[in-house]
Ligand binder design. Structure first.
Ligand code: NAP
Length: 308
């Protein structure tokens, strides 16, 4: 097994791969991809279920995605996961989308079936399970602020908040228009009145310190779904002084395990969790999508060294 494979490898797969055992029939497409823990959890799941297949990382550039995806049916792949930056683009490249994926406009899972590519999104439901696991609370009881509402993961999380009827949802994104558009798309799910004081149940908000300070006083759960924090050189996603003890902070990033945002949140007296629990649950749901059977959650959890 190489550290990761590329489009060039896929193009000559029949000469690259025949000696690899078990055979690689699943994988993750991303750029970068070497940091991904998905191979670790999916290979643990395959082993636990006695499935003689292997899952591998593929570094695929944005302009290579369509070509790489089209090769999969001919190579006997069961499916793939998609990570940064492919989730939104991939939704436009598959043959069919399941309803949740269509609504999210982004996919993280593809199943290959009868020569076709079927797109799914397990990020949203995986996220809901992660919040329940980390904070022992359901999304429907929370007022939520989402940073990174314009990305694939952010859109899926926002959709899930709408599906679960969370008390309040504040959408924030570097490119404000994307947050505004998403708010328009979700408006019908937030019609029912709730007693919230001087704030709207659903709004898109400009990414300014003053706007964030006001909103953070009126939410329970703050989520980072931007890619800020993935690289060591990244600036903090928001000023430390904005964090407050009443918050639950969920960073979808999980490397490093204690992310910059988590560190600042804990310093501020807030509760914080990284994205490993979301990775676990979205991965379990992907496995179920590929194999139509329950995922071996304990084996997957163990592979991530998460407490059982
Ligand atoms: P994506 O589709 O590429 O979206 C990236 C998001 O980050 C967009 O909202 C983008 O804003 C924002 N962003 C990028 N650079 C920024 C910057 N310098 N300042 C502010 N915002 C910035 O990526 P994705 O697939 O949604 O992934 C986003 C994050 O979620 C990643 O950190 C990924 O690791 C994490 N994730 C975790 C899990 C898990 O299981 N734990 C699953 C999925 C994703 P614009 O719209 O303005 O470009």
């Amino acid at each position: 097994m190489k550290e990761f494979y590329t489009l060039a490898d896929l193009k000559k797969w029949k000469t690259t791969a025949p000696d690899i055992a078990p055979a690689i029939r699943l994988g993750i497409f991303g750029d970068p991809v070497a940091h991904s823990l998905s191979p670790q959890i999916q290979n643990a799941a395959l082993q636990a279920c006695g499935l003689d297949l292997q899952y591998a990382p593929f570094q695929i550039h944005a302009d290579e995605l369509g070509t790489a995806l089209r090769l999969l049916p001919g190579l006997g792949f069961v499916g793939v996961n998609l990570t940064v930056p492919h989730k939104v683009a991939a939704a436009g490249l598959v043959d069919e989308l399941d309803p949740a994926a269509k609504q999210a406009g982004a996919i993280n899972t593809i199943r290959v079936e009868g020569g076709k590519l079927l797109g799914f999104n397990t990020d949203g439901s995986g996220f809901a399970r992660a919040i329940r696991q980390e904070f022992s609370v359901d999304l429907r009881d929370l007022r939520v602020l989402l940073l990174g509402a314009g990305g694939g993961a952010g859109r899926a999380i926002a959709r899930q908040c709408a599906v679960e009827g969370c008390e309040r949802l504040v959408l924030v994104n570097r490119t404000f228009e994307k947050a505004e558009q998403l708010a328009d798309e979700l408006r019908s799910s937030f019609q029912e009145a709730r007693v919230l004081g001087p704030v709207a149940r659903l709004e898109a908000v400009e990414w300014t310190e003053a706007a964030l300070r006001f909103q953070i006083a009126n939410i329970d759960l703050l989520i980072n779904a931007t890619s800020l924090g993935m690289r060591r050189s990244d600036p903090p996603v928001l000023a430390d002084s904005l964090l407050a003890p009443h918050l639950m902070v969920y960073d979808t990033i999980y490397t490093p395990a204690r992310t910059i945002l988590m560190h600042a949140a804990v310093e501020a007296g807030a509760r914080a969790a990284n994205g490993l629990s979301m990775l676990l649950h979205q991965g379990a749901l992907s496995f179920e999508t590929w194999f139509d059977r329950d995922a071996p959650l304990e084996a997957m959890r163990k592979a991530l060294k998460l407490p059982l």
